[in-house]
Design a protein around this ligand. Structure first.
Ligand SMILES: Nc1ncnc2c1ncn2[C@@H]1O[C@H](COP(=O)(O)OP(=O)(O)OP(=O)(O)O)[C@@H](O)[C@H]1O
Length: 243
């Protein structure tokens, strides 16, 4: 069933102002972000589009506390991420953020359940592992090793591992980049379901503009700047996407 766009509540979960990032390697400076202003609201599904090198991963990494801006401010709820110490950022990531990357980063010698238990062992209020596995429709594969799973199934384990801590935000950097068309849709369906059923704010980077139909808002980056922000009147399900 297509869902209506989420109404924008007044309090943003992320608030970024004048965000800039300069990477310096020897004499070379790369301006990855050049003054980004962005508000993201609780429960939104955001798709980040843009050419290679436009700054998508840099922005996502700063929102996720994996990197810090060179200038500007970024807040998550009432945490000022731009002024946070390394230890505060580690705690922020651990308690509030679920990450999903293009490559699944599962531990090959551990089963599906054990890979997820690595997280439930260190966070304050995890959901039961079986609940996370049910959300990604992998309950029957709980005792299998990653090598016994397809790429899409491994990515769903990575999503279960990301959400088992009940994060407020799920940040996905090219989650379907290594998957074929149909498998990619299945994985996106899982992300959409988590956004819908758990209310988890989701930000998904993609090269694939067709995915944009699933989002509440679509943000296009170019050369470190926000080029456009579009709001979808009606969100599409992955089954309705064509690419
Ligand atoms: N650690 C780093 N050191 C130096 N330059 C970097 C570093 N990380 C990113 N960059 C540069 O910053 C710019 C933005 O990179 P970023 O990875 O954010 O882009 P992107 O839009 O995610 O690209 P892609 O779609 O190819 O992943 C690029 O020019 C990149 O080369």
């Amino acid at each position: 069933m297509p869902a209506n766009p989420t109404p924008l509540p007044s309090e943003p979960i992320f608030c970024a102002r004048g965000l800039s990032k300069v990477y310096r390697t020897g004499e070379v400076e790369v301006h990855a972000l050049r003054g980004v202003d962005l508000d993201v609201y609780r429960g939104e599904f955001i798709v980040l589009l843009g050419a290679s090198g436009s700054g998508k991963s840099t922005l996502l990494n700063i929102l996720g506390g994996l990197d810090v801006p060179t200038a500007g401010q970024v807040r998550f709820a009432d945490h000022d991420l731009s002024a946070a110490s390394e230890a505060e950022l580690t705690r922020y990531r651990r308690e509030h953020v679920g990450f999903v990357f293009q490559f699944y980063n599962l531990i090959p010698s551990l089963t599906v359940r054990e890979n997820i238990a690595l997280v439930t062992d260190i966070v304050p209020d995890p959901m039961p592992i079986d609940e996370a596995l049910a959300l990604v429709a992998l309950t029957p594969r709980r005792d299998h090793f990653p090598s016994q799973l397809s790429g899409g199934e491994q990515q769903r384990v990575a999503i279960a591992r990301a959400i088992v801590k009940r994060p407020e935000v799920l940040l996905c950097d090219e989650p379907t980049g290594a998957l074929d068309y149909e498998t990619g849709k299945l994985v996106l369906d899982v992300v959409a379901r988590i956004n819908r059923e758990l209310g988890t704010t989701a930000i998904v980077i993609t090269h694939n503009a067709a995915i944009a139909g699933m989002a509440d808002r679509v943000i296009r980056l170019g050369d470190g700047r926000i080029l456009s922000v579009e709001r979808n009147e009606r969100k599409l399900t992955p089954a309705e996407l064509a690419w």
